[in-house]
Write a protein that binds this ligand. Structure first.
Ligand SMILES: *[C@@H]1O[C@H](CO)[C@@H](O)[C@H](O)[C@H]1NC(C)=O
Ligand SMILES: *[C@@H]1O[C@H](CO)[C@@H](O)[C@H](O)[C@H]1NC(C)=O
Length: 237
């Protein structure tokens, strides 16, 4: 409707310009405007009407086009919102899953007091320096790690044998009463010997992992943390 008003105003101002003056440059203006109407003014009524109708049709066309575009945008928006909702839902799910996931990790070392063993019998090793014990699954009293949940665990050890007197260095790992690993090394040259290894093991809730010193074996540890026992829950099952 604004366009129509502009056309009418334009028409009226031209008419006034022509009526107010005579002669001179105004006559030229009159000629350049083409056919003067019977009222000495504007383009003919018929032409204006045609022009207005064309404008009206154009506006109507554009309105139809615009409403189509708006509808399309609305659909796009709804699709985006649905995807966003889905993503938010997934994030919430992951967050809940992560928060509910038990956190289990421990890192210990045997002692600061040097030689341990050899003994006449197999002896439980109690790692007394507890540096990390998330979830409190390792007991520094018994030296036993107890699985708080069913899952796959990664358990590892390092063990240092001492150089003198010459003893065999090594440890045995137990799952409950079952031996699951034995590693040892003979000291043939009077040098310190290291044994390190790890297992990836499935544990039921309450299963126990412990290290034992075989009869006749000797280990060494001091503030350097040579002889360690550590592990973590890889994932629950
Ligand atoms: C997206 O989630 C909001 C708030 O939960 C809800 O009002 C809206 O209807 C959802 N939209 C879609 C497309 O699911
Ligand atoms: C032994 O381990 C603890 C804990 O990680 C650390 O603070 C300490 O410095 C370690 N000792 C040596 C000599 O590396």
């Amino acid at each position: 409707m604004k366009i129509v008003n502009v056309v009418l105003l334009l028409c009226l101002s031209v008419t006034r310009a022509q009526g107010d003056h005579t002669g001179g440059p105004e006559n030229d203006a009159k000629h350049s405007l083409g056919e003067p109407g019977p009222a000495g003014g504007c383009v003919s009524d018929g032409a204006i009407l045609t022009e207005l109708r064309a404008l009206r049709d154009m506006v109507a066309d554009q309105r139809v086009q615009l409403s189509g575009q708006v509808e399309e945008m609305r659909r796009d928006n709804a699709a985006l919102e649905a995807r966003l909702n889905l993503s938010e839902h997934h994030v919430e799910e992951l967050k809940a899953e992560n928060e509910g996931r038990p956190k289990v990790a421990f890192y210990t070392a045997l002692t600061n007091s040097g030689h341990v063993g050899p003994f006449n019998t197999e002896t439980p090793l109690v790692y007394s320096k507890v540096f990390t014990n998330i979830g409190n699954a390792y007991s520094p009293v018994t030296g036993v790690f107890t699985a708080p949940v069913r899952g796959v665990y990664y358990i590892r050890f390092t063990a240092l044998g001492y150089s003198s007197p010459r003893t065999v260095a090594g440890v045995t790992m137990f799952k409950n009463d079952l031996q699951i690993m034995h590693n040892g090394v003979y000291n043939t040259d009077g040098q310190h010997k290291f044994v390190v290894n790890a297992v990836t093991v499935e544990l039921e809730q309450g299963d126990k992992i412990m290290m034992r010193l075989p009869s006749g074996y000797g280990l060494y540890d001091d503030i350097s943390n040579y002889t360690t026992f550590s592990g973590f829950l890889l994932f629950p099952m």
